[in-house]
Design a protein around this ligand. Structure first.
Ligand code: DGP
Length: 137
């Protein structure tokens, strides 16, 4: 637990949250700003700041619960789509530095997450970037 972390305080019950699920490893609760109705956060109960620090098996478990949440949101809220979004560092829109996955119901023209407007890159660029990544895996 990080005593300055807002999500650790939610896990500890020191701050209120609208919980939908919890077990010994994760907590699922409503995001404060409901970008669309049902906008949910899945967090590990242990404090890890971001994807760089959380262990692989914990990432897997949070992802499994995220998948369950996505299917349940689809059934219960009947959105046209669902995004799972995980931000790391301020440049990537992270504002709370406790690992979390957003699960966001989506609707046509809801104007959220208007990203990936870039045009297609050349095969040379794609191959060079794949090689650069490969060297680090
Ligand atoms: P991110 O940008 O990925 O770090 O998103 C963090 C989200 O956390 C942000 O959309 C709002 C949400 N949030 C911040 N403080 C609280 C809180 O006290 N309660 C709840 N439920 N959500 C919070």
């Amino acid at each position: 637990m990080d005593e300055n972390c807002i999500f650790c305080k939610i896990v500890a019950g020191k701050l209120p949250s609208a919980k939908a699920y919890e077990d010994d490893k994760v907590l699922v609760f409503m995001n404060l700003q409901q970008k669309n109705p049902g906008h949910t956060l899945v967090i590990p109960k242990v404090h890890y700041p971001n994807i760089y620090e959380i262990p692989d098996d914990y990432v897997s478990y949070v992802a499994q619960v995220g998948a369950r949440v996505a299917r349940a949101l689809k059934r219960q809220f009947e959105p046209l789509g669902v995004n799972l979004l995980q931000n790391n560092e301020p440049a990537a829109m992270q504002s709370v530095f406790h690992y979390h996955v957003h699960v966001i119901p989506r609707y046509k023209d809801d104007d959220l997450l208007a990203i990936w407007k870039a045009s297609a890159s050349s095969p040379d660029v794609l191959n060079a970037n794949a090689e650069k990544l490969k060297a680090g895996l």
